[in-house]
Design a protein around this ligand. Structure first.
Ligand code: GDP
Ligand code: MG
Length: 163
């Protein structure tokens, strides 16, 4: 398989919401619970005539931060291995958390293209807040709202250049 986009990030940042938007699939479970057991979901997407597979990573279990950390670490390592492009999703409403830093450290070692996607930027005021994510040290950031779709076109324009 080629043209694989993996969406990684800690729980509740909006990965499944974005996945649903990309794949227009209702199969991925989106809910308001943090830490609900969810599997990886694979779907097909298309942008300006280019088709791709999207992986929504989840599968987190209830438990301590240690368990979260181990599960997320595993998902990130799988993504680095099997994806052609990695979308690292973070949440403008929480800022950078310890888990975000951990994930950033794993992704830094990846030779695959990594896009920092700042989600929940639902209005223009939040663009200023979003700039703090440059300090993750992973280069350019892409502000989007998975809810409204704002910014998603600009992100996909850049992503599909790798296909
Ligand atoms: P996941 O755990 O990373 O897959 O996150 P979900 O997609 O399940 O979303 C977690 C919560 O964030 C849900 O309540 C979503 O409705 C909400 N959410 C997702 N995207 C956005 C967004 O762009 N803006 C806002 N305000 N909320 C969002
Ligand atoms: Mg999810």
């Amino acid at each position: 398989m080629s043209n694989i986009i993996a969406i990684v990030g800690r729980p509740n940042v909006g990965k499944s919401t974005f996945y649903n938007r990309l794949t227009e699939s209702r199969k991925a479970i989106v809910d308001d619970f943090s830490g609900v057991t969810r599997d990886r979901h694979y779907g097909q997407g298309e942008w300006i005539g280019k088709t791709f597979t999207v992986i929504d990573t989840g599968g987190y279990v209830h438990g301590s931060d240690d368990i979260y950390e181990a599960a997320i670490r595993e998902q990130v390592l799988i993504a680095i291995d099997e994806a052609s492009v990695i979308l690292f999703m973070v949440d403008v409403t929480t800022g950078i958390t310890d888990l975000d830093d951990e994930i950033a450290n794993l992704l830094r070692r990846s030779k695959k293209p990594v896009f920092v996607v700042v989600n929940k930027v639902d209005n223009t005021n939040l663009h200023i807040e979003a700039a703090t994510f440059y300090s993750l040290g992973l280069g350019e950031i892409y502000n989007i709202s998975s809810m409204t779709g704002s910014g998603t076109g600009e992100l996909l324009d850049e992503v599909v250049k790798h296909f």
